[in-house]
Design a protein around this ligand. Structure first.
Ligand SMILES: Nc1ncnc2c1ncn2[C@@H]1O[C@H](COP(=O)(O)OP(=O)(O)OP(=O)(O)O)[C@@H](O)[C@H]1O
Length: 917
């Protein structure tokens, strides 16, 4: 296109030079020539000792042959204690070999990551050189373009061709940079079902806070070292939130589970009562549609937000033009033009102010409402999930979704409005304004935009990692200091003051070193970007001045317009770079939010009819077989058949772990059995409306869950105001032996108790739990070892409350008691003994005693003061002993009892142990 051979030669030389630099960067990044991945990540390549090592890819999809690994994991977690019977284990040695391979790979990654950091430093340096080369050649090309005579058609063609070349040079660089980074990056690990993006081995030491998304621990010593798998799309902030990291310990466990060939199933958080759900994938397009759907009710406010962003940015970009025109009017001495432009300026400024106000209100309103809607939707979705979903998920993982992921998924929306759209409008309008004034100066000035953005971007990335590590060291120091100060007496007694001081100094020194490094880095970046920015200003003034002097249709005011605009356009361009990441981050967080919002439980709480009958319900378990998903190899209930007759009491007893509580969970339909059915008044539980049915059940469980609320609110938990009166609450509390202690509290029933009821004793909590069950006037009462965790005195009080409760509801309520204590179960209409998930004995107290089986043995052990094999903890032994003493005490004649009491009190006098004795 009219270019001379010399020009073509130069263009080719530039292209060759750039490609050579890219190749050099690749070579430095890989540490080998010809370019080839380092052996540590190559598939199955032999290691230095000649043995074949598993590759990262191999670990991410370990073959099914590692069933033994599953057993190793079960052993490690204490789930399996004996060699498996063949169903789980294929060969223990195979599992051990696999485990050591996993460890070897982790160790190898540790070395690889250390070497890799040095390689990446050289690679990045080569890329910076390549970029400098592109930037300098771009400026040189721009200068050539503006000097081309465009009055001839060949000149126009040449200017056009060179402008395209200028663009291409920059484009080439970004393309090559992407290729180099791709080629030199290590192989990713895909933790299927856990995270959708690829993960890379990284060493996070001194790189700020990162938390493992599985165990929620800070990556570091506690997690088995600083090596971790990190997602490069989901980058954490300085406080370690928002990123996706998996620590070595969790990876080891996951890799072991992967060995069972059930990658997705083992790791998926998405599951219901029937098992894991299909993997959830959200494409960028689907994510945008989901957000738009959520924004639909906010369409009005979103339109106002969008329009006001466009108007305010458009006018802001146009404002420098007005300022330039005012200057031109001044230079030419045109009063009329001057007044006209001043008026225009005032009007534009006024409109910008008003529109900015509208923009700010609209964008913030939209964000707040969207966040609120999504938060409520997500919490609602979490609440409706099956209990099996929670069995597999740590509470930390779920709260992270409600906090981190939710804000990450929604935050980019105002940022996209305020920055992305705003910056695009600023660039488009600003560029058009500049172009309309002078295309030459525009090309020249714009060649500086990219280098300034590049330098600032490089520095911003470096500075944020530096600041994050500084913060880590400071917080390590503070953590150590606060621990030492809290335990100052121990520090003194062990003379550990100097050691603590040395640790503190060590952390602070590291932080200071990083801070000093930052000071130099910041200075260098300021110097470089200052040079570039001043360079651009110089070009604008110099070439603009020449154009004015040449009377090339360019006026003084245009130089003002350019100078003002260039600064704004430069920050818009840099902002755009940062904004590009926001939607990517938002999408991965959005995926984690939407996958829960869309997850439908297998046990629906919305369908079905309410249960019939009002005076106790009959419950039948027919051929029930049940296994927990998290323990697929253990059948908890085997062909269990039992009937709770309406208004009658059924007691369940048996060894710990035989499945008693599981029966009560199935009765509440927390889970569905794999085989058989539960019938309530001859209607399958699956056909009942669960909330209505569960309202008919009163539960007193082994551990009482109390909330931070008043005593009255805790007793009436889950009930609406119309369902009870204060008199009902008092009555229930009185029956539960709780009224007396409640009245001693500062504000009686209105006293607020701490989370989990930590400010109450175990017995008090249990009595509140009994009151909670009673106030609902239940048709089914479940008492699950209500006294198992109490001392003798509290046990007696709670026992009394239970007996009062049973008298109160007898005949009107079907009662299921799970207990070991003879006094609790002996009056039941029917007693069933469970053993390893099967009903082995069934009948009344007398029937079972006469059978002389397990029940009789258990009772005789209790009466002889021996341990009940069902519960062999020291606390249980002590309970048994004290109950035995009480029973003996009851049998003594009155005078002997008085005498014994007197001598007991005399023994304990002055030792403050009267009550305990
Ligand atoms: N959510 C769960 N996930 C997996 N296994 C479970 C779960 N809950 C209980 N189990 C297992 O099921 C078996 C039966 O438990 P269950 O709680 O029904 O026993 P239990 O007879 O009530 O014992 P205890 O008298 O000690 O309360 C036990 O082996 C237990 O480890």
């Amino acid at each position: 296109l009219g270019a001379s051979p010399a020009n073509i030669g130069l263009a080719l030389a530039r292209l060759v030079a750039l490609n050579f630099l890219a190749l050099l960067a690749t070579r430095l990044g890989l540490g080998s020539w010809p370019c080839r991945r380092p052996s540590s990540s190559a598939d199955g390549e032999p290691s230095s000792d000649g043995t074949e090592q598993p590759s990262v890819r191999e670990l991410s999809a370990l073959p099914a042959s590692g069933a033994a690994m599953n057993r190793a994991l079960l052993l490690e977690e204490g789930i399996a204690s004996t060699p498996a019977n063949g169903s789980v284990v294929s060969s223990p040695s195979e599992g051990d070999a696999r485990a050591s391979k996993i460890d070897a790979t982790i160790a190898e990654q540790q070395n690889a990551v250390a070497k890799q950091q040095a390689r990446y430093m050289f690679r990045n340096a080569a890329l910076v050189v390549a970029y400098l080369f592109v930037a300098v050649s771009s400026v040189w090309m721009a200068i050539r373009i503006v000097n081309i005579n465009v009055n001839t058609s060949s000149g126009q063609w040449q200017a056009f061709a060179e402008a395209v070349c200028l663009l291409m040079a920059n484009f080439e660089f970004y393309l090559l940079k992407g290729l180099v980074i791709d080629a030199t990056s290590d192989e990713p690990v895909h933790l299927v079902g856990m995270h959708n993006h690829p993960l890379y081995w990284t060493n996070s030491e001194g790189k700020g806070f990162c938390r493992c998304r599985v165990c929620n621990e800070k990556i570091g010593e506690k997690t088995g070292g600083y090596l971790n798998l990190q997602c490069r799309n989901c980058v954490p902030n300085n406080w370690g939130y928002g990123g996706f990291n998996v620590c070595v310990n969790c990876y080891r466990k996951r890799a072991s589970k992967l060995a069972d060939g059930q990658a997705k199933d083992a790791m998926s958080i998405l599951r219901g009562d029937k098992g894991p759900k299909p993997e959830y994938k959200l494409t960028p397009w689907q994510y945008c549609c989901r957000v738009l759907v959520l924004l639909r009710p906010l369409a009005g406010i979103s339109a106002v937000a969008m329009t006001s962003v466009c108007i305010s940015q458009g006018l802001s970009a146009y404002l420098p033009k007005c300022q330039g025109d005012i200057m031109n009017a001044l230079v030419s001495g045109d009063r009329e033009k001057f007044h006209l432009n001043i008026t225009r300026f005032v009007i534009i400024v006024a409109v910008i102010s008003v529109v900015s106000f509208a923009k700010s209100v609209a964008v913030n309103t939209m964000y707040t409402r969207l966040y609120n809607n999504m938060a409520v939707g997500l919490f609602k979705a979490l609440l409706r999930q099956d209990v099996a979903f929670y069995d597999h998920t740590m509470t930390g993982q779920l709260t992270a979704r409600l906090t981190n992921d939710l804000s990450q998924a929604t935050y980019p929306i105002p940022s996209i409005m305020n920055s992305l759209i705003a910056n695009v409008v600023m660039l488009v309008v600003g560029f058009s304004v500049c172009l309309s004034d002078s295309w030459r100066l525009t090309i020249l000035a714009f060649t500086f935009l990219s280098p300034v953005a590049y330098v600032n971007g490089l520095y911003a990335r470096w500075a944020s990692s530096i600041q994050a590590s500084q913060w880590t060291y400071i917080s390590d120091a503070q953590g150590g200091a606060s621990q030492a100060l809290t335990n100052i007496r121990t520090v003194r007694s062990f003379c550990a003051g100097d050691a603590e001081l040395a640790k503190y100094e060590g952390h602070m020194r590291k932080s200071m070193d990083v801070g000093l490094k930052n000071a130099w880095g910041q200075g260098g970046a300021t110097l470089l970007s200052g040079f570039l920015e001043q360079g651009a200003s110089f070009i604008i003034l110099y070439y603009g001045g020449l154009l004015v002097l040449d009377h090339d249709g360019f006026e003084v005011g245009s130089i003002i317009t350019f100078s003002y605009l260039w600064n704004r356009l430069s920050s818009a361009f840099q902002g755009l770079n940062d904004n590009m990441n926001a939607p990517i981050k938002a999408m991965s967080a959005g995926q984690r939010v939407f996958e829960i919002m869309d997850l439908q439980p297998d046990i629906s709480e919305e369908t079905g009819a309410g249960p019939s009958g009002s005076r106790g319900m009959q419950v039948d378990f027919r051929d029930i077989e049940f296994t927990y998903q998290s323990r697929p190899d253990k059948v908890v209930l085997k062909k269990v058949n039992l009937t709770l007759e309406a208004g009658k009491t059924l007691a369940l007893c048996g060894k710990s772990g035989c499945g008693k509580s599981t029966i009560s969970k199935l009765l509440l339909r927390m889970y569905d059995p794999q085989k058989g059915s539960v019938l309530v008044n001859n209607v399958s539980l699956e056909d009942l409306h669960l909330p209505t049915y569960r309202k008919c059940i009163g539960v007193v469980s082994q551990e009482t869950q109390l909330f931070r609320a008043t005593i009255a609110e805790n007793i009436t938990y889950g009930m609406t105001d119309s369902e009870f009166t204060f008199a009902d609450v008092e009555h229930a509390a009185r029956l539960a032996n709780a009224d007396e202690f409640i009245r001693t509290l500062p504000e009686g029933y209105k006293t607020v108790i701490g989370e989990g009821g930590h400010d109450l004793s175990g017995g008090q909590k249990q009595r509140l739990s009994i009151a909670r069950a009673l106030v609902r006037r239940p048709q089914i009462l479940l008492l699950d070892e209500a006294t198992s965790a109490l001392d003798a005195e509290n046990e007696a009080l709670v026992q009394e409350a239970i007996e009062a409760m049973m008298v109160e509801v007898r005949g009107q309520c079907t009662i299921l008691i799970i207990a070991h204590r003879l006094s609790t179960i002996k009056d039941a209409n029917r007693i069933m003994v469970l053993h390893e998930g099967e009903v082995v004995e069934d009948g009344t107290h007398e029937d079972l005693l006469s059978k002389d089986g397990r029940y009789a043995a258990m009772i005789s052990r209790q009466l002889q003061g021996g341990k009940d094999t069902a519960d062999d903890s020291p606390a249980a032994a002590s309970r048994e002993a004290s109950s035995k003493i009480s029973e003996l005490f009851e049998t003594l004649p009155d005078e002997e009892r008085q005498a014994l009491l007197k001598s007991l009190f005399a023994m304990c006098k002055g030792k403050g142990k009267g009550k305990a004795a």
